[in-house]
Design a protein around this ligand. Structure first.
Ligand SMILES: *[C@@H]1O[C@H](CO)[C@@H](O)[C@H](O)[C@H]1NC(C)=O
Ligand SMILES: *[C@@H]1O[C@H](CO)[C@@H](O)[C@H](O)[C@H]1NC(C)=O
Length: 482
């Protein structure tokens, strides 16, 4: 670390010690308790389902009565929420939302919000340095709860956002026993991408560490969110770089609709999406989003990674399965731009056959899926190249749950410079086989998608495949326009 940064940190600590006026009586108690609580700067507010937004009751390390006063429930689990860097010095609007969602899901739990706002409000490198002290504070608090009340650390789940994720990691590394779980919500990248495991979030910090990476755009070390995996399970929604609905156009639309109040949130839209994805997982428990292990973003985009065998897929968020692989693995999924974020993933494999020897590039198609529950029409996709006697695999996803796939329609989206339809209708080139695999259900329509014969000769009108050749009639009833 630069000496200037160290100096600023030291200055920050010194200023902090001058300006801290809180709780002298409590501090006296802590001294008489004979333990080292006096230097704890962070505050631990036990929020309630009735008052999700205010810190009305503090648990004060060393002050036994404070725990009873706040009605801490010793038999239920505890969530410890740790915020990140802040420009305003105030809690961001996601804090009460996350608290509310945690209480909705676990009404008897204790949701504690760690207030380290004064340290989080410094220049970024200074605040980043403070994560060590915040982590230490949190660890002291947790150790005290364990020693004083025999509160089991297996009941403790830390949730940290941005810098708060690293503070949670440091806390976890300093507790006497491992806490049950740490969830890192887009852990901060700058100052941490190349940091050693002890000074950032890492898999050693809890029995189980899961991480959502939502804003890792840019070169390593520069990106807002850390790029490398730092937990047991690291999920990169939409590739992890940038989130849908977070572009400038969308920002302008939201400002027009809701006013400038949420600008702060918009700037950090992709970063903060990690929190909202987690909130979504708390609120929509029946339908968790699934993420899939994959060696690369590119392979995922080709639909090659929709397997659930051997823990290759997992739930995003609260209901994650605690899989501890030896090597941390990256998992991917697509999401919607709004809650509920869940989408349904499909791998589609198309086999082109025929005698045509030319290779066509960047052809845009539209695919429509019809299922037992609903349909999803005209999903665009581009094949970078097409040639005969080759199979192409790609990923598509639907925002609605169509149920079991019954019928599929593939259309070539016409372009002006190339008369594909002529070429297409020539017997030299056809689609013989389409295979579809659904990620969410793991169902494969591998062998039994039959081509509807009467509809083979026009790619413009579309080629239809059904899962049951005997039943064209029934689909005609169900989808009269086809
Ligand atoms: C504490 O939590 C348990 C469940 O863990 C619940 O049964 C009990 O009613 C709670 N106690 C109070 C006082 O809310
Ligand atoms: C594709 O395979 C068929 C059958 O083996 C063959 O007749 C045809 O010429 C092949 N097409 C190309 C472009 O190689």
């Amino acid at each position: 670390m630069e000496s200037k940064t160290l100096f600023l940190m030291a200055l920050g600590i010194w200023l902090q010690s001058l300006t801290t006026t809180r709780g002298w009586v409590a501090a006296d108690d802590r001294i008489t308790g004979g333990r080292d609580f006096i230097d704890i700067e962070s505050k631990f507010a036990l929020r309630t389902p009735e008052d999700i937004a205010e810190d009305t009751c503090h648990l004060i390390p060393g002050v036994t009565e404070s725990v009873a006063n706040c009605h801490f429930n010793h038999t239920s689990k505890t969530f410890v929420v740790i915020h990140g860097w802040t420009v305003t010095g105030m809690y961001e609007s996601w804090v009460p939302k996350l608290v509310a969602a945690l209480y909705k899901r676990e009404p008897d739990s204790n949701v504690i919000v760690v207030d380290w706002l004064s340290r989080a409000q410094q220049h970024y490198p200074v605040s980043a340095g403070y994560t060590k002290l915040v982590g230490k504070d949190v660890a002291k608090f947790i150790n005290w709860m364990a020693e004083e009340f025999h509160y089991p650390l297996d009941n403790v789940h830390l949730l940290g956002y941005s810098l708060g994720a690293h503070a949670a990691g440091i806390a976890g590394s300093l507790t006497n026993k491992k806490v049950n779980r740490i969830t890192g919500l887009d852990p901060a990248g700058p100052n941490f991408e190349y940091a050693e495991a002890p000074s950032r979030l890492s898999p050693d910090d809890a029995d189980f560490v899961d991480v959502l990476h939502t804003f890792t755009r840019g070169s390593p070390g520069r990106s807002i969110g850390i790029q490398k995996p730092v937990g047991h399970v690291d999920i990169y929604p939409n590739g992890g770089t940038f989130q849908p609905g977070c572009n400038i156009g969308e920002a302008i639309r939201v400002i027009a609709e809701r006013g400038l109040g949420d600008v702060d949130q918009l700037v950090k839209c992709s970063h903060e999406r990690s929190i909202h994805l987690f909130i979504d997982s708390l609120l929509n428990e029946e339908n968790p989003s699934k993420a899939y292990r994959c060696n690369s973003k590119e392979a995922f985009e080709k639909g090659l990674c929709l397997s659930c065998r051997k823990n290759r897929c997992n739930n995003l968020g609260y209901e994650i399965n605690k899989v501890r692989a030896k090597r941390s693995s990256k998992m991917y999924l697509k999401t919607r731009s709004q809650m509920p974020y869940k989408v349904f993933h499909y791998q589609v494999k198309i086999h082109f056959s025929g005698t045509e020897s030319d290779t066509q590039t960047n052809q845009v198609f539209e695919i429509s899926l019809y299922g037992t529950v609903a349909e999803s029409e005209n999903i665009p996709f581009t094949l970078p190249e097409i040639s005969a006697n080759k199979t192409y695999s790609f990923l598509i996803y639907t925002e609605v749950d169509i149920g079991e796939l019954l019928m599929l329609k593939l259309k070539w989206k016409s372009d002006s410079y190339f008369s594909w339809s002529d070429w297409w209708s020539s017997p030299g080139f056809t689609i013989e086989k389409i295979r579809v695999k659904a990620g969410e259900t793991q169902k494969k329509n591998w062998a039994n998608l039959q081509k509807e014969e009467q509809n083979t000769n026009s790619m413009k009108n579309g080629v239809t495949f059904t899962s049951d050749a005997q039943c064209f009639g029934c689909f005609k009833d169900k989808f009269p326009e086809y």
